[in-house]
Design a protein around this ligand. Sequence first.
Ligand SMILES: Nc1ncnc2c1ncn2[C@@H]1O[C@H](COP(=O)(O)OP(=O)(O)O)[C@@H](O)[C@H]1O
Ligand SMILES: [Mg+2]
Length: 402
Amino acid sequence: MNIFSFFRLLHTIYADPEPDIEYIQSLGLLAVKIGQVFALRPDFLDDQRCRVLGRLYSNTTSLPPEDSLALIASYAGSTYLENFASFNPQPFASASIGQVHRAVLKTGEQVAVKIVKKEYAKNFRRDAASVRRLFQCAIFFYPRLRGVANPVSLLREIEKMTLSELDLRNEAAGARELKSLYEASKDRFDLSHLKFRRVYEELSSENILVTEYADGPTLDQLLTRGELDYDSLLELFHVHGFFMFALGIFHGDIHPGNLVLKDGNFYFLDTGYIGRVPERMRKNLFYFFEALSAYDYAASARCLNAMADRSITGRALADFEKKFLALYADFTGKTVSQVSLTKKMMQTIRLGVLSGMHFDEGMFDIIKSLMYLDGMVIRANPDAVLLQDMRPFIGEFKGLIG
Ligand SMILES: Nc1ncnc2c1ncn2[C@@H]1O[C@H](COP(=O)(O)OP(=O)(O)O)[C@@H](O)[C@H]1O
Ligand SMILES: [Mg+2]
């Protein structure tokens, strides 16, 4: 991506009558990832633009069938497909880094075979380096935004996540880690609606991942059809909230294309990036939400400061608290469509940073999760008062915070 295509990218995201999805895809993986981040930003873009950009989660270009076979042979050798009773060379799904095929093992098990598209890693690294330079110029003019939520850190975050995703062994490792946390926790917390796909490690490698086929729609498909019920989303919050608040280790990319819902159970897909937050941040994040769901803004402000790895005191703190109360003056009792939680959260963190706080980068993993959840609630039930509906879970998590 050069400076022209970069500005053309921003132009199509912000200014074209409708974002040009094909153009974004033609620019490559980094552009797709940037478009995906914008899809979740109803605070910057109108809903319709966000929805169009949301197609980047599920609707990316796939290789022609003969190329998929050649790709598999180049990654795993010409005899690899002998492990399968059948393999469909036509992908059934295609997302940002790869494409996914249905296949059946010799033992009869239905599986999904995910293949990384070639050259992606190399081009991605090159593009990320050039876009980073562009952003560094921009940040030069806004040095105070360095702490969090600045474009350079956002890009670094996209880079960190994507490079991790591009090696599918990380996805297998992520699935193992979440599964073992689940095993260790399922007796003290109800995780009965969370399921894991089996990973066939012996058939998997850096570029190919074979997993049990999760036979159900993704949340993105359900949302598009208007069929995702709000109670299911609350259950997702319940499960994901446990990992985030009680463990501080969680699925780092829970966008709606990465979750399958079947018979009321969630399957985590795409576990290539695990979010992690330090202990102090995890606990105070919880207290922040506890206070916010009780609409106790003075306490929320203190908790945000306690989340920071460099917090503020004295005059700066008093000023911050005053501005925090002003920021939340319109918040009590509002639905997710009346007041965007994502937008409030971004404004909150921005206020913290401008007041002198500094946050660990784990903050991004949290912001991203909450953006995804908020974005899904807006699509599924725009009249929800999410923070009130979260209260029962907050009570349940409290005993587990440690
Ligand atoms: N085991 C599976 N069972 C069912 N569908 C799957 C499975 N693995 C992947 N998919 C489908 O493929 C899509 C892309 O897979 P994903 O792992 O999210 O790839 P990417 O990293 O490119 O986003 C998913 O959104 C889902 O629709
Ligand atoms: Mg995915």
